[in-house]
Design a protein around this ligand. Structure first.
Ligand SMILES: [Fe+2]
Length: 247
């Protein structure tokens, strides 16, 4: 990995990481969709795959903006698969999350339980993305890269939407369905509806969160402008804070 001396270099690294993240998700999602049994869950995943493909294209634009229009070698799907060969690094974080998800989805489990597990896997992916996009957006904002910041915010909002939708699906019946064992199901629907006291379904309405106000590292931005040098850049997440990164 090349030395990163300023916030812009860190942003470029973060964008490259997100490119690998999206490529891996696009590759992994069809299997997840195929395993989902709940119709609403399947539909939500299919829609998010379509959104993810657009996000991937958007990242190419962000990369150009960050690099001042310079073309990149590592474009498209191949960068995710052969990143190590072409120069871009494969995101090990997302690789691990997907690998863990594939492992649990291979496990022998009831279809309702599998749907609950798929939601968990998908939300782990979403949370990683929310962290990455929130951070990249904060850096772009600090650097005054308005167009890049706008594109990153657009994707960040989509990730929050997808995460909230998955939460709603979990609360609106999928987790509850997973509570019921195969034995109970064999006892018949009557037993379920008449004898087994149904827990009050926690059908909470979850409003999409607003995109987090980015945390900003002013020191790194100054280095970008040549005003300060050799300060180490602390990569922070998008947790909303007032500009507190001054050191
Ligand atoms: Fe995404």
């Amino acid at each position: 990995m090349e030395k990163m001396n300023d916030l812009k270099a860190l942003l470029a690294h973060e964008v490259q990481d997100l490119i690998s993240v999206e490529d891996q998700i696009i590759e992994a999602m069809p299997a997840m969709i195929a395993k989902a049994q709940n119709g609403e869950l399947k539909k939500a995943l299919e829609q998010h795959l379509s959104v993810t493909e657009k996000q991937r294209t958007r990242l190419d634009e962000v990369q150009k903006l960050v690099n001042g229009g310079a073309s990149e070698e590592n474009k498209g799907f191949l960068s995710g698969l052969f990143g190590a060969i072409t120069g871009g690094e494969k995101c090990k974080g997302m690789e691990g999350i997907i690998s863990e998800g594939e492992k649990i989805m291979r496990a022998d489990m009831d279809v309702d339980v599998k749907d609950a597990a798929i939601i968990a896997c998908a939300q782990k992916i979403e949370h990683y993305e929310i962290c990455g996009y929130g951070t990249a957006r904060a850096y772009a904002m600090e650097l005054g890269l308005k167009e890049a910041e706008s594109l990153l915010r657009q994707t960040l909002d989509e990730e929050y939407f997808a995460d909230n939708l998955l939460t709603r699906l979990a609360y609106s019946g999928i987790n509850e369905d997973a509570e019921t064992t195969d034995e109970t199901k064999a006892g018949g629907a009557a037993a379920k509806s008449n004898n087994a006291p149904k827990k009050a379904a926690a059908k909470k309405k979850v409003e999409p969160k607003k995109a987090a106000t980015p945390n900003i590292n002013k020191a790194a931005a100054k280095a970008e402008n040549g005003k300060a040098a050799s300060k180490k850049v602390a990569a922070k997440t998008s947790a909303p804070k007032k500009a507190s990164g001054k050191k």
